[in-house]
Design a protein around this ligand. Structure first.
Ligand code: GLC
Length: 551
């Protein structure tokens, strides 16, 4: 039987913003449980849940203080077990998020490290180094935090004097762990088993390309990252995508394969090029990885076709299934990204909102988001839907400074708008007195404010409404579940002119996307299965529209 991860549609649940069942303004596991039937009905195969572990929330849960428990704001282990078994009863796989590059600074290991001496075994679990300069007042090297500022923070010795520095490629609350230390390896392997034993079907691996570091911790200097596609990766970056990270995943794969059925991994691998991603998908490593080249691609046929071809070629070479993804909790919502002039959108800058200054046409963004959804769901392989994409939610771009939560905003002194705009609590109803159905009545204010008109995107507004984004997703997923051509497999391009992408899936299905400015004739005799917008009265495919056809 074909492995489920080769064709699954996975729905990403961002628990803080999904459903708040207990009324504290933050989503929780009880809330997820209440909406599992909605997800099963939507037609997805799996859910991926962003970190739900105990956390001081320096980075919205990506700072984990205990990998084998549940953050009390979200619930407890019994609730998690109940959720896993209810999801399984509804036929949904459950994927959790593991964060192996760093722990929270409140993790027991880091607290032990801080209260231990330089050179001690407790400190060896992290990267502690003396500073440079006469008094050790300068960071040990030139590495930068992904969120801005130096990647090093100076610790304080027991006597109150400034001590060694520790490494954090993200916030100071997320110290990087040392993967050469056997106790770190054991801690994470035990964590995998802990959740696999509870029935979890797989893990999304956070910052999977980051874990190992140059033992010399040498300066980055003028190293260009990501390494451009036309250049060989002859010299390794000091902390991203290093060759020795792969042996960690060989070990993890062996653990996943001990289980029946085998468990699966999906890597978060931002390395800018598909050949380097595919290296993680060799048969004894990870099963899948997010296709960020597709996520970042502007809505332009040449660019998309190149990404699709490149993805399929590199993945086929290692026998892995491709994945397709339009958004997640770190990037601008696709409906808002596609609302911009796609010639001006920097394909490397779609994350973290760098193009917000470009004028937006929201209706065009919706239209293209619909077309993109049908394109994505017709491509060979697996796909991801980030919560709210099925409702067409836009990025919230006018959050006031006082509402901001993302460390990216703070560490760049507000230069970068950060990721809060794609994390706004979901609208389930049009009733503002319950935060649009996110919370029960008389609840606390949601952790991020919802726009006043948020209800117009809600489930109740779209449920059963002809032409709504939700109904488009439901129809597409129902066809995908049913039609043997969709999911894993191959595609053949059809020659349809330069402003059209058209391809055939076997047996007998075609997907046509019109990127041009005028309608395009579809093959005569073809039967329309589904389209992202109505065809013209003459049966042609309008601009920014995708159609699925039976030729
Ligand atoms: C990943 C997560 C992101 C987080 C970062 C650090 O990129 O998706 O949300 O901030 O890792 O853990």
């Amino acid at each position: 039987m074909q492995a489920w991860w080769r064709s699954a549609v996975t729905y990403q649940v961002y628990p803080r913003s999904f459903v708040d069942a207990d009324g504290d303004g933050v989503g929780d596991i009880a809330g997820i449980r209440s909406r599992l039937p909605y997800l099963a009905d939507l037609g997805v195969d799996a859910i991926w849940i962003n970190p739900w572990y105990p956390s001081p929330m320096a980075d919205a849960g990506y700072d984990v203080s205990d990998y084998r428990d549940i953050e009390p704001v979200f619930g407890d282990l019994a609730e998690a077990d109940a959720m896993i078994s209810e999801a399984h009863q509804l036929g949904l796989k459950v994927i959790l998020d593991i964060v192996p590059n760093h722990t929270s600074d409140q993790h027991r290991f880091f607290r032990q490290a801080l209260s231990s001496d330089p050179g001690s075994p407790a400190r060896d679990r992290y990267y502690f180094r003396p500073g440079k300069g006469e008094q050790g007042e300068l960071p040990p090297n030139d590495w930068r935090s992904t969120f801005g500022g130096p990647a090093w923070t100076r610790s304080t010795d027991a006597d109150g004097n400034p001590g060694e520095w520790y490494l954090h490629l993200f916030t100071p609350g997320q110290p990087d762990v040392n993967w050469d230390n056997p106790e770190i390896r054991a801690e994470f392997e035990d964590t995998l088993r802990f959740w696999f034993d509870r029935g979890v079907d797989g893990f999304r691996i956070d910052v999977a390309y980051g874990l190992t570091k140059d033992p010399e911790l040498s300066d980055i200097g003028d190293f260009v990252w990501p390494v451009p596609v036309d250049r060989p990766v002859s010299v390794e970056h000091p902390h991203w995508d290093r060759t020795d990270v792969h042996q960690i995943y060989r070990q993890w794969r062996a653990i996943a394969d001990e289980y029946d059925p085998p468990r699966a991994y999906c890597g978060e691998i931002w390395v800018g090029r598909s050949d380097r991603v595919a290296a993680y998908l060799r048969p004894d490593e990870l099963h899948t990885a997010f296709n960020f080249e597709f996520l970042l691609a502007p809505w332009l046929p040449d660019h998309l076709r190149a990404v699709i071809d490149d993805t399929i070629a590199t993945h086929t070479e290692v026998g892995a299934a491709a994945t397709w993804v339009l958004g997640n909790h770190d990037v601008c919502r696709p409906a808002s990204r596609f609302a911009r002039d796609q010639h001006q959108v920097d394909p490397t800058g779609a994350t973290f909102g760098y193009f917000r200054d470009l004028p937006a046409d929201p209706a065009l963004g919706q239209r293209r988001a619909r077309a993109a959804a049908l394109l994505m769901l017709a491509l060979p392989g697996a796909a991801y839907i980030y919560q709210g994409e099925e409702l067409g939610l836009p990025e919230v771009e006018d959050l006031p400074a006082e509402a901001m939560q993302d460390p990216l905003w703070f560490q760049t002194d507000g230069q970068n708008p950060g990721r809060d705009g794609c994390r706004i609590p979901l609208p389930w109803t049009s009733d503002p007195t319950t935060s649009f159905g996110f919370s029960p009545a008389n609840a606390a204010t949601p952790w991020l404010p919802q726009p006043a008109d948020w209800g117009r995107w809600s489930l109740t507004e779209q449920d059963g409404a002809a032409g709504s984004m939700l109904e488009l997703y439901r129809q597409a997923l129902a066809i995908r579940a049913d039609h043997p051509a969709l999911g894993d497999g191959t595609l053949q391009w059809l020659d349809a002119g330069e402003s059209v992408l058209a391809f055939r899936r076997d047996p007998r299905l075609e997907c046509w996307v019109n990127f041009g400015e005028t309608p395009v004739a579809l093959p005569a005799q073809a039967q329309l299965l589904l389209s992202s917008a109505p065809l013209t009265p003459g049966g042609s495919l309008p601009p920014d529209t995708t159609a699925w056809l039976l030729p």
